[in-house]
Write a protein of this length. Structure first.
Ligand SMILES: Cc1ncc(COP(=O)(O)O)c(C=O)c1O
Length: 426
């Protein structure tokens, strides 16, 4: 059959053209029916921005850290680790399906805490993942394969969560998270919705620095969430994409996950090392589960491998080696903590500057939420029309939901951005 199709494909005839669509396909290009897909709402912004030749244009779309001059930044500890790796003349063999075991071990200690009881009991098992996105996708597949039909995500959430889980074959349901009117966490709405979730449902939680709102529950609120999620017998699934990057302290940023683990939850977590270690393009992350016993956690890990093997076989080595070189060396770990905090501090300073520049520009709106939010983004509250006006009239590019990547704000462009925001929101 395959042979027949390929032969007719090689010999298109005029008669074929007027027959069925299959024949039409054979007579023309096999790609003729493929439509141009829409731009990705976040990554696609870069393309629009690159075509703009306005000299003062600014992009604050994609969540990637920029230094004080607006340039991509590589942490000095990462450079140092690479030097050490070069000296070792490492091979470039395939990794195992679960990736670099040493990296996974160190990454889990970093996430769950080196004194984590279940980690010491080997009840936490994980795999290396293609950063946060890859870990989320593998988890989506695992859940679907094991009978889950749906997953709950906060509303709003990181734009890619929804297609990741839909493509995994799950129905994506939303729970209330944000009160746009008051630019605050809608904790009551969140609790009410969680209480109504069917037992056994998976609930995705942003471990810290919620994307896009930058608004996290307080520790007391996390405790309440932990109790309710336990009573309801839900499966908490933490997306930990900003550990260390949010507050500047990796332990503080992991407090929600660690509290849930201490409360006895059996849960899953995906870790990304894109932002905190600045390893965006190296795709470094983990996916792990806390089980009731070592044997149980290992069974889940073995199932993760059956998802990974036919999907991409095994993960890349370089970035994982960088992280394990840093986390296994006390001096490099210390350097990392300082450098990660410097990034968080710069963003924090820019939040203050953006707010004060807006106030100085004469804006009468309340911009207090910009300094109350944490992490990479300011969820400005600008409407889609205001965002488009800012893009087309002022050449300032943020996502359609009004999310501004604070990592792209510098002392050189903050005034220009504030003026643009003020102009469209008067
Ligand atoms: C909440 C959240 N999860 C996961 C990711 C995935 O990032 P990566 O695939 O680079 O680790 C992001 C990136 O912006 C994010 O904000």
């Amino acid at each position: 059959m395959l042979k027949q199709i390929s032969q007719s494909f090689l010999r298109p005839t005029a008669r074929c053209v007027s027959a069925s669509s299959r024949v039409r396909f054979m007579s023309a290009s096999p790609w003729a029916d493929y439509e141009m897909a829409p731009f990705d709402p976040i990554i696609g912004l870069n393309e629009e921005y690159s075509k703009d030749d306005f000299p003062q244009k600014v992009i604050v779309g994609v969540g990637a850290y920029r230094d004080g001059n607006g340039k991509p930044y590589v942490l000095p500890c990462v450079r140092e680790a690479e030097k050490k790796m070069m000296e070792q003349n490492l091979d470039m063999e395939y990794s195992g399906i679960a990736g670099d075991a040493k990296f996974v071990e160190l990454a889990l200690k970093f996430g769950y805490g080196k004194d984590s009881k279940p980690l010491g009991e080997n009840r936490i098992q994980g795999v290396q993942a293609l950063s946060g996105t890859g870990g989320l996708r593998v988890m989506g597949e695992l859940l679907r394969k094991h009978g889950h039909t749906h997953i709950y995500v906060p509303n709003p959430t990181w734009g890619n969560h929804i297609p990741i889980f839909v493509n995994s074959g799950l129905e994506v349901r939303k729970y209330r998270y944000y009160d746009a009117k008051n630019s605050d966490l809608d904790f009551d709405g969140m609790i009410t919705d969680i209480k109504e979730m069917p037992t056994g449902s998976t609930v995705l939680l942003h471990a810290c620095a919620h994307n896009p709102t930058g608004m996290d529950p307080t520790l007391e609120q996390w405790k309440e969430l932990s109790d309710i999620i336990k009573t309801k017998k839900l499966l908490p699934f933490f997306d930990c994409a900003y550990q260390g990057f949010a507050s500047g302290d990796a332990n503080i940023d992991a407090a929600s996950v660690r509290m849930f683990v201490e409360d006895g939850h059996l849960l899953a977590m995906v870790q990304s090392f894109s932002k905190n270690f600045g390893l965006y393009g190296h795709r470094v992350g983990t996916l792990s589960v806390v089980g009731e016993s070592e044997a149980e956690a290992k069974r889940v890990q073995s199932q993760l491998k059956t998802v990974i093997r036919p999907m991409y076989s095994n993960p890349p080595r370089h970035g994982a080696r960088i992280v394990s070189t840093i986390l296994s060396d006390p001096k490099l770990t210390q350097d990392f903590l300082i450098q990660c905090k410097e990034m968080a501090d710069r963003i924090h300073t820019m939040r203050g500057l953006l707010r004060s520049n807006l106030e100085q520009a004469g804006s009468t709106h309340n911009w207090e939420h910009i300094t109350r939010q944490i992490g990479m983004f300011a969820y400005s509250g600008l409407s889609k029309d205001q965002v488009l006006e800012m893009r087309h009239k002022h050449h300032v590019y943020c996502t359609a939901d009004g999310r501004i990547s604070m990592a792209g704000v510098t002392s050189g462009n903050v005034d220009y951005i504030a003026q643009a925001i003020h102009a469209v929101s008067k």
